[in-house]
Design a protein around this ligand. Structure first.
Ligand code: FNR
Length: 348
């Protein structure tokens, strides 16, 4: 049953090694340029940003994690309390379970109850067009995310393998609902070409969820009886730094950089590469046993983002976006092969 699967995902992510083994996000190839004369006051740096009219105190999304199981209710409650206190955005996991089993609704309604003013992101799959309105209503969502995860579906024992017609379904969802619609991967990233197609289908917002953090081929390999394909494709996907550049170059909608981001320093690099905000899932799950741990994690994120901004002389997220940045190594090779001139980033 779908609810048992939600619990298995939580237990596997909390207790097993689920991150990429040999592939990284690529942020180690990306360097902001140190400035000995920043000419700004570190204490006055403004980390705030606005997303579809809502102000966030820092450019951070807790991306989709859970819901649909009684254990998930408590996790969502802790995340909601902390997201509200720190005024960051919060996504929930796939809402299919609650749309089909009303007794599970409170595992999602608990979020708005505890985060009355937060920017909340609902979550459905592309084939679940008929659930879109209901998912928005249950969560009182500000944004609806559609997850696109063909690798995960392929390794998941009960996965959906017929991906025909998704673009049409996405168009129907974006036409049907009256809030912004976001498209997200779950750790394989989004290419320039896919981003262009998504925006043509009416997508307002892209959360790239690139490779280098949680591998959903890995998570599903632990659940699968036959582990051959999951182990072979464990490290599949477009590294997060690469996907961030591809998507922000290709389309003109707001972009969340995510998938393996673990600190404000990586966030600063992602924003200088063109992202509007960053997202994280696994670190929030791992800290969700204590509100203090969650708050401490967010404070460390903000402190490290602020320090990176100080050291490049950026007073605001908009200024950070304009900062010069050098792209080296495999990330540069990949981007150059794809026709992107990486020198544009270092000679702004
Ligand atoms: C997820 N993620 C996810 N994404 C989604 O769109 N719908 C979902 O239901 C879930 N469920 C889920 C459960 C758990 C336990 C985790 C840790 C994650 C994927 C998540 O939003 C994100 O895309 C990836 O985990 C990559 O980001 P990190 O973990 O490397 O920061």
């Amino acid at each position: 049953m779908i609810s048992d699967r939600k619990l298995e995902h939580l237990l596997i992510c909390e207790n097993y090694d689920v991150e990429f083994k040999n592939k990284t996000t690529g942020f180690e190839d990306v360097e902001l340029i140190h400035n000995v004369l920043p000419e700004i006051d570190k204490n006055e740096i403004d980390l705030s940003t606005s997303v579809f009219g809502k102000k966030l105190d820092s450019p951070l999304f807790i991306t989709a994690i859970t819901g649909g199981h009684p254990v998930a209710k408590n996790i969502n409650k802790q995340l909601a309390i902390v997201a509200d206190e720190k005024n960051i955005a919060l996504g929930v996991g796939s809402q299919r379970a609650a749309c089909e089993y009303p007794e599970l609704e409170d595992t999602y309604t608990v979020v708005r109850d505890n985060a009355p003013d937060c920017l909340l992101v609902g979550n459905i799959g592309a084939p679940q067009l008929n659930l879109a309105e209901k998912a928005i209503e249950i969560l009182d969502a500000d944004i609806l995310a559609i997850h696109l995860n063909p690798l995960q579906e392929s390794i998941q024992p009960e996965g959906d393998l017929d991906a025909r017609g998704y673009n049409g379904l996405i168009s129907q969802i974006t036409d049907a609902v009256n809030i912004p619609v976001l498209a997200k991967e779950t750790g394989c990233g989004i290419s320039a070409e896919s981003a262009e197609m998504l925006v043509k289908s009416g997508i307002d917002f892209i959360d790239i969820e690139g490779a280098g953090g949680t591998s959903w081929a890995a998570v599903e390999t632990y659940r699968a009886e036959d582990k051959y394909l999951g182990e072979l494709f464990w490290d599949w996907g477009i590294p997060t730094a690469v996907s961030t550049v591809e998507v922000t170059n290709a389309v003109n909608v707001p972009v969340i950089s995510s998938g393996g981001i673990r600190s404000g320093l990586e966030a600063a690099k992602a924003i200088a590469l063109g992202a509007d905000a960053v997202g994280m899932a696994l670190p929030f799950l791992k800290n969700s046993n204590s509100q203090d741990h969650l708050i401490d994690f967010i404070n460390k994120f903000n402190d490290s983002l602020r320090l990176a901004m100080f050291l490049v002389g950026a007073n605001s997220i908009e200024e950070l976006k304009q900062s010069k940045i050098v792209i080296c190594g495999k990330t540069r090779e990949w981007l150059n092969e794809r026709g992107i001139n990486t020198q544009n980033y270092s000679r702004r």
